[in-house]
Every structure is written in structure tokens, then in C-alpha cells.
Ligand binder design. Sequence first.
Ligand SMILES: [Zn+2]
Length: 107
Amino acid sequence: MYCNYCGKVIQDDANLCAYCGRRVGAVAARKSLSRPRTGRRIAGVCAGMAEYFDLDVTLIRVVWLLAVIFGGCGLLAYFVGWIVMPNENEALPVPYPAGAASSDRTS
Ligand SMILES: [Zn+2]
């Protein structure tokens, strides 16, 4: 593959460009931490985590359940995730270009 920054050929599995040192692999594979609308059990936090970390959702649920039972903070972490993780495909607030919002023409 090619580095997005300097355009040189680099290793396919490289995370950093050997020439300019920029991070390349993670940028291409970057996923957003969100709660999928399908496959959720409660709020989709575990499903979102599984998708983000590319792990089995059942494994996440088991580990999370153990954290809830034994750690106590698992439940809190779930609610935090519920609150902070956006729904998948939810229209994200698009930052308006300067002046576009104020010059809203109503004719
Ligand atoms: Zn480069």
C-alpha cells in the first residue's frame, strides 16, 4: 500500500510509514465507537465494543457480566457507555462553516 502522506510504497500491514513516520494503518481501519442498531441486547454497548475491538460480542458480554458481578463498576461502565456512545448512523452534528448558520435564508 501507499502512504497517504508521502505517497511512498510501504508494507501492507505497517502502522507507521517508514519514510515519514506518520500513522497510516490505524487511520484506514478506524472505526467509530457506536452502538449498533441491530444485535443489541440492552443498549448495544457490548455489541458496539465488540465491533470496535473486533471481538466476539458474547465474549464481551461474559467479561462485562463478570465485571458487573465481581467488580461492581461494570454496571456503572455500562451506563457510561450507554450515555456516551452514539447510536450507529445517527446524524452527527455537522459543524457548519462559519456564517452558514447565521445566514439561514428564510426568503
Ligand atoms: Zn509516509
